[in-house]
Design a protein around this ligand. Structure first.
Ligand code: COA
Length: 159
């Protein structure tokens, strides 16, 4: 039986931290569905289509990574796909409280759902999409933080 996991987020944009989590999850699962939230309170810099294309470009070589968008409740989306395992990355203890709440709320909404956490690799514990965008906006070097395709997209938005 194929083991599939859903990795949800805003991905505005995808960073090397997210990529690390996705790649490592494929050591445990056969397929990963990267679920991009179309609606976000975060007022994303990139449209949902662009966020999705960037992820697809990054994983073009990997047929085990699938990218889909969702707009309603994550639990509804998971049920539609018949996939009941969610993946989230933990960068620091400060992430834990929110992630713990999110995992429990998702299980309350759909008792079959479990969340698996992967700790961020050391190099990526300090990355956040907002910081990457701010550094890019201010002309700083983001080459170690995001893949080339994302770096180019960020530079373009600042022209
Ligand atoms: N490496 C690097 N950065 C990471 C990371 C990692 N391993 N893990 C998280 N982050 C960063 C992200 O870049 C992001 O940074 P930002 O806040 O500066 O943009 C931040 O941590 C968390 O964002 P993300 O992982 O995209 O999650 P999110 O909090 O934006 O997404 C959803 C949350 C979309 C999963 C959640 O809101 C959801 O499920 N929404 C659907 C509606 C729903 O079901 N609501 C009920 C929930 S109970």
């Amino acid at each position: 039986m194929t083991k599939t996991i859903i990795y949800p987020g805003t991905f505005d944009p995808i960073t090397n931290g997210h990529i690390d989590i996705i790649e490592r999850s494929l050591l445990l699962f056969d397929e990963v569905i990267v679920a991009v939230a179309t609606k976000s309170t975060k007022n994303p810099k990139f449209t949902c289509d662009t966020r999705i294309s960037l992820i697809k470009e990054v994983f073009a070589h990997n047929k085990h990574v699938h990218v889909k968008q969702f707009s309603g409740l994550l639990t509804t989306f998971a049920q539609q796909l018949n996939v009941y395992v969610l993946l989230r990355g933990l960068r620091a203890v400060s992430d834990f409280e929110y992630e713990f709440q999110l995992a429990n709320m998702n299980r309350k909404l759909c008792p079959k759902i479990e969340t698996i956490f992967l700790p961020a690799t050391n190099n990526y514990t300090y990355i956040s999409a907002s910081m990457v965008k701010e550094i890019a906006d201010l002309g700083g070097d983001i080459s170690d933080l995001v893949p080339k395709t994302v770096e180019i997209a960020l530079r373009k938005t600042n022209c």
